[in-house]
Design a protein around this ligand. Sequence first.
Ligand code: AMP
Ligand code: GLY
Length: 421
Amino acid sequence: MKVMVVGSGGREHAIIKKIKENKNVEQIYCLPGNGGIAADAQCVDIGAKDIEKIAAFAAENGIDYAVVAPDDPLVLGCVDALEAKGIPCFGPEAKAAIIEGSKVFSKNLMKKYGIPTAGYETFSDMEKALEYLETAPIPTVVKADGLALGKGVIIAQTRDEAKAAVVSMMQDKQFGASGENIVIEEFLEGPEVSVLSFTDGKCVVPMISSMDHKRAGDNDTGLNTGGMGTIAPNPYYTKAIADRCMEEIFIPTMNAMNAEGRTFKGCLYFGLMITKDGPKVIEYNCRFGDPETQVVLPLLESDLLEVMQAVTEERLSDMEVKFSDRSACCLVMASKGYPVAYEKGHVMEIPEDVLECTYVAGASLKDGKLLTNGGRVLGITSVAPTLKEAIDASYEKARRVKCDNLFYRNDIGQRALKALV
Ligand code: AMP
Ligand code: GLY
């Protein structure tokens, strides 16, 4: 089989390494991939948003199965374009990817179908949004409707901060068309849990839970990033919470999408907050999370490609999707200055045993050496019988990576460890 994976980060590297375990796979292409992924797949210089070129490449090269991993191509209809060429795909069509592509859509969906989420108002008129903020409860959360590289969410501690966020999104167009409409929602409190799930529109199979660490600095300080590390399983996601989520959130979301004529097939990601009133949806993603995938897939004991094909063919309920009872920690090494300004092109020396359990997020290859080439650069994942051992193993490996321009958080997994005692 020839498999194609669209995307270029650590998530894609994790997907590729897992798909490689399937004996029927002869070749994997990654569009565009990166210098680290090149060790496991043939990278092809076609951008993840270049839908027409992706579809043409797949048709011309006899691709048997395609996985579209990032949000942009999914929302832009990459799966639709591949299906039009007769290529079986993993990932939702555009009409279902809207669950991530538009926060106004997803909030209205949750309201219509009674799925627990933060209370909210939507606005297309800036003056009305500013007027609403005169009396809205503070803190409050301002969200751009569309995709914004994970930066379109502002937690405002004061009324002025909230107003400034509204003006920058709606008037100054900080996120372009993504901020033409906005959501202003209730500030919720509680531990966060990420649950990725497989769904074929007929059943939902949650994967092992995980915890992201979104802020750049230790103890959740600094700016929001794409994610500085993850652990799995998430200790806050107890059996009782999982049962409630299945009943109150996962199944109702699948049914709601079906009822709207937007059947979701692929990986549906539930970003949850465990509030004192129970679990609530913070966000949906229409794809595998990054870096959640880098801890979830190493714990998957079933064959990923077979599960994905079962999703495509709507026979997921026949599959056994099994996870290890061990724990995993992914420690992200990022370029100094990330998520704002950072340099590229710094040489990395990574010992062989470290590279084996590293997912490369942003690197180029020059004369056989890996150079930094992005904000998030490496994700070092360790799997061990206990979370503490997994964390220690990732830090031990990170210390052996030689590069003068990388940093990492020192506390990945510490909150989870405290929750375990
Ligand atoms: P999102 O991009 O929607 O995942 O939001 C980024 C982060 O902002 C989340 O992981 C939460 O930590 C935080 N956040 C989003 N919405 C809320 C909310 N309603 N209340 C509190 N925190 C929130
Ligand atoms: N780690 C969160 C995301 O993938 O959006």
